[in-house]
Design a protein around this ligand. Structure first.
Ligand SMILES: Cc1ncc(C[n+]2csc(CCOP(=O)(O)OP(=O)(O)O)c2C)c(N)n1
Ligand code: SF4
Ligand SMILES: [Mg+2]
Length: 351
């Protein structure tokens, strides 16, 4: 399969977005993942979201670790910048890149093994520092690439394909992200693109640490009875809290919302998240309420999905560190070497 290249010629009548690209311009190479793998649906959702939001592909940097999930950046946004890091080290590479050049849009793609096992410390610090990024974990409950061992997100008591029972407690990445200070926390399902695409779009416009846990079944090793990450199980236990009906940057098109209470939240770049509540009791702007809802539903065996929490006025790492507006990698000598007098002033202030 890997030798089959996608044709580069596009049909001249394909629809273009506002920045002049067709949806095909956001694609990547042909996927080598197993047919039916949830990760491929997430790649398709990322392509859709970037195209719909008129994001120029060369303004995006996509970073990943190691795993089937971490291979996926090869299958979307081929014109973007990319880095495939050592296993679990994507968050620190992304943090460094973001500090060097804040003008790009950072997209981190990882797996449940990559982020909740070897990379757990890295995950934690990227969240608590408020790195402006969209961090997606393609969560299948197993190490897919190394043939289906339980990952730390596998539920206690769930069964492996060969019938072994998982005896360890699960790491719940959305709860962790909330506790650590992430300012946009969502959970999607690779089998529900209508829910997932707007969640990614909202995250791309967020401007702070945005985390999306996407339940993404592994058809080769974790799609059987006894697994809590199979397509059937997730469909049966998906407890959607809300739906983002649409995200509108200038709030120019006012579509009629579907029935249900609607909450409108304006993010710092002016984007409007229009949320239709499916569970009246859930307030997506309360971190505490999100934590309580997640714990309560998960204890009942349900998987809460949707936009779990958002702080629309979130501050990010750059703002907290009072960094200059442009990319640090373009500072000139005058800014980098402000002179002996300035250095003396700084030294005096620290005495
Ligand atoms: C330092 C290091 N340790 C272990 C491995 C072996 N390894 C490769 S991928 C992987 C786990 C991948 O699981 P996950 O992140 O959940 O991705 P998936 O394949 O399930 O999408 C492991 C343990 C490695 N490549 N590097
Ligand atoms: S092994 Fe699992 S995670 Fe990896 S490509 Fe196949 S279905 Fe996807
Ligand atoms: Mg995995």
């Amino acid at each position: 399969m890997t030798y089959i290249a996608k044709p580069t010629l596009h049909h001249p009548t394909l629809t273009k977005n506002k920045v002049g690209y067709t949806r095909r311009d956001y694609e990547g190479r042909i996927s080598t993942l197993c047919a039916g793998c949830g990760h491929d649906s997430i790649s398709a959702a990322i392509i859709q979201a970037c195209w719909e939001l008129d994001i120029e592909p060369h303004r995006v940097a996509k970073l990943s670790g190691i795993g089937c999930s971490s291979k996926t950046p090869d299958y979307f946004l081929s014109a973007s910048h990319g880095l495939n890091s050592v296993h679990g080290r994507m968050p620190s590479c992304l943090t460094g890149a973001s500090l060097a050049n804040r003008e790009l849009l950072y997209l981190g793609v990882s797996g449940d093994g990559d982020s909740a096992s070897i990379g757990l410390g890295q995950f934690a610090h990227a969240m608590r520092r408020g790195v402006p990024m969209v961090y997606i974990v393609e969560n299948n409950g197993v190490y897919g690439l190394t043939k289906g061992q339980f990952s730390p997100t596998a539920d206690k008591g769930s069964q492996s394909k060969k019938g072994a029972t998982n005896i360890d407690s699960a790491v719940d990445l959305v709860s962790l992200a909330l506790q650590l200070g992430a300012t946009y926390v969502a959970r999607g399902f690779s089998g529900d693109k209508a829910q997932l695409v707007p969640l990614i779009e909202g995250a791309l416009r967020h401007g702070g640490a945005a985390f999306i846990d996407v339940i993404s079944p592994c058809v080769a090793f974790n799609n059987h009875t006894g697994s809590t990450r199979s397509y059937d199980h997730v469909r049966e236990h998906n407890a959607a809290l809300n739906r983002i009906d649409f995200i509108d940057l200038a709030a120019e098109q006012k579509a009629e919302p579907a029935p249900g209470e609607v909450v409108e939240l304006t993010q710092s770049d002016g984007s409007l998240l229009r949320l239709r509540k499916l569970r009246e009791e859930h307030d997506p702007t309360s971190r505490l309420a999100a934590m309580t809802t997640i714990q309560t539903l998960q204890q009942e065996g349900e998987l809460p999905t949707g936009l779990l929490f958002v702080d629309p006025a979130a501050r990010n790492l750059h703002q907290q560190m009072k960094l200059p507006a442009g990319a640090l990698n373009r500072l000139g000598e005058a800014e980098l070497c402000p002179g002996a007098a300035q250095l003396e002033r700084i030294n005096q202030a620290l005495r």
